[in-house]
Every structure is written in C-alpha cells, then in structure tokens.
Design a binder for this molecule. Structure first.
Ligand SMILES: C[S@@+](CC[C@H](N)C(=O)[O-])C[C@H]1O[C@@H](n2cnc3c(N)ncnc32)[C@H](O)[C@@H]1O
Length: 308
C-alpha cells in the first residue's frame, strides 16, 4: 500500500500519548492514518475514533487500519460537527492535525496544486463552495480581505483588483491558469508567487479558521477530565487561535480585566497548558519531510474536578 502522506511530529505524539492505557483517543483528522496507526501500535489497549471531512481519506484509512478493525470507528464529517455525538465515550485524548494532506495537495484532480486542470480545493467534495466560486464570484473587497487575512499579503488590494479585471474578460477555469496569472503579477523571491494567494483561497474554501474555532468550542463542550488535547497547526493564524483558547481554558480567574480584586473564586481553570512553547519538528524531520517545517504542536490537559 503506497502511503500518500507522512505524518508530522509522529514520535512526539506517540510519546505524549504513551501514558494513555485504555479508553478512547479521537483522531479528528485521520487523513491517511499515520498518527492513528502509530497510536494503535503503541497503545495496545486503547480504541480510536477516526474522523475526516474527506471521503477519500476515510476510505484509505479504513484499509490501512484494517488490522486494528475491532479497535477503530470511522466518521466522515467535520470534526466540530461530530464531537457532540461522542459524549458518553471514555475519551482520554483528542488529536487534530489540521490543514491539508499531501494527497490533497498532490492529486491533481483535487485542484489544490499549481498544475491542476481543476480549480477546486475542497477537503469535503460535497461542500458547496469551491475555489472556482471564490475566484470568479467573490467581490473585490472579499478577495482583498481573504488575501490580507489568510495569505498575509501586503499587495492584497492590487492582486484582488487584477483578478476582478481579468475575470471580466474570461473566468478562471483551472488552478494552472490561476497560478500562472499570479506568477505573472506577483514578485516573490523565496516562495512560488502563487503560494500565499492559494493558501488564502484554500483557507476560505474550507473555512479553516472558523472550523478550528468550532472544533475547540466542541472540545470544551465535552467537559472532559483527565484528557489530553493535542493540536498541530501549520499557519500562524491557526496557532494563535489554539494558543488563545488554551490560555482561556487555563485561567483560574475569570473576573473582568479591570476588576480591582478577584470575586469569582479563582478556581475556574479547566486544566493546564502542557506546552508553554509549541513543539516544532527537529531539523532531521524537516530534512526528511520539508512539508513539516511550519508545523506547531500545542497541548492542553483537562483536569478532574476543575469544571466551572
Ligand atoms: C494534515 S492531514 C492529516 C494527516 C494524518 N494525521 C495522517 O497521519 O495521515 C489533515 C486531514 O484533516 C482533514 N481535516 C482538516 N480539517 C478537518 C476538520 N475540521 N474536520 C475533519 N477533517 C478535517 C483533511 O481532510 C485531511 O485529510
């Protein structure tokens, strides 16, 4: 079986979850099953609930994890939508390795790559919004907003204007066409000129930031105790969201910031931040898998009897 994706920070995840001896681990983004397989191998008595919004990923992982079939349950859905159905399970850890998989990036039919004949970029192929709609139908100001917010592009306004001007003549039909358009109009020394606008369009198409927030809210609503939450992100915007949620969860005092003294009881912390600084891949991992270079792992531990 050819595996289309190398899991990032796999050893770190296995080490982190090695204390878990039974119960369930939820892998919110099973992808091609790399993390799940390693966890099933290392923790002999645990069970996994494997979620992905991409049907193709679920089908692949089902085959890959067949040797562990009695210990795995699969769910094809957005992770934030499915977590509430898992109340009642003895969940000891939750893992989310958000972002795109190598297969999604490399398989030209999925329309994520610069050379694709399609302009798609949907992780869930049944969702209504695709890259073609974003590029050809979004207003200039919305294009500018996503380029600025999700691509952190300084020339967001100029690029949005150029797209609107171009599509007036002819709509964009493929990623190939779009990436050569960016190559013509954007100067970039380190990255391919289409990297940032493609990233911005992909984040918009899949509502990646909104989904991450919903996922963290859904995790909070589970009111777990004695459970580890591990989130791997690939973008500073996502990492910031995770960091801020963890900070809120760890706060003992929830009084307004201008309160003179604490009147809330000061016992509201839901648990502790395990990683004061995010865990990042070693130089060796980056060498072996350059796509791991921007990954950051943050971990939180929900503790017992600390519910507010
Ligand atoms: C980076 S890959 C995960 C790779 C996986 N850890 C492995 O070892 O193969 C990310 C996967 O998460 C899925 N995904 C991203 N956001 C999701 C979400 N909010 N809910 C469910 N699946 C999601 C994507 O479809 C993709 O298959």
């Amino acid at each position: 079986m050819k595996i289309p994706h190398i899991p990032v920070l796999k050893d770190e995840i296995v080490e982190l979850f090695s204390e878990i001896e039974d119960g369930y681990i939820v892998d919110c983004t099973v992808g091609y099953g790399g993390h799940s397989e390693a966890l099933l191998q290392h923790n002999q008595n645990i069970k996994l609930i494997c979620i992905d919004r991409d049907k193709e990923a679920i089908a692949f992982s089902k085959k890959r994890l067949e040797p562990f079939r009695d210990r795995v349950k699969f769910i094809h859905a957005r992770a934030s939508d499915s977590l509430s159905s898992l109340r009642g399970y003895d969940i000891r850890a939750i893992l989310a390795d958000i972002g795109v998989s190598s297969l999604q990036l490399d398989k030209t039919q999925r329309g994520f790559g610069f050379e694709s004949d399609r302009l798609d970029m949907r992780m869930d192929q049944s969702s209504m919004l695709d890259a073609k709609k974003v590029v050809n139908e979004y207003s200039q100001s919305d294009l500018e907003r996503i380029f600025r917010e999700y691509g952190e592009m300084r020339d967001a306004k100029r690029v949005a204007h150029l797209i609107v001007k171009e599509r007036f003549k002819k709509s964009f039909e493929s990623s190939k066409e779009l990436s050569s358009f960016f190559a013509k109009h954007i100067k970039s020394r380190k990255l391919h000129p289409a990297t940032l606008p493609f990233q911005a369009i992909r984040i918009e198409v899949n509502d990646e930031i909104g989904e991450l927030k919903s996922l963290l809210n859904a995790i909070e609503d589970l009111r777990l105790s004695n459970s580890l939450i591990a989130i791997i992100s690939f973008h500073s915007l996502e990492d910031r969201v995770v960091k801020n949620y963890f900070r809120e969860w760890a706060k003992s005092c929830i009084c307004p910031s201008d309160a003179i003294r604490c009147s809330c009881g000061g016992n509201h912390a839901k648990g502790k931040i395990v990683t004061k600084k995010p865990i990042i891949p070693t130089g060796r991992e980056i060498e072996q898998n350059p796509r791991s270079r921007s990954s950051k792992l943050r971990v939180f531990r929900f503790e017992q009897n600390k519910r507010s």
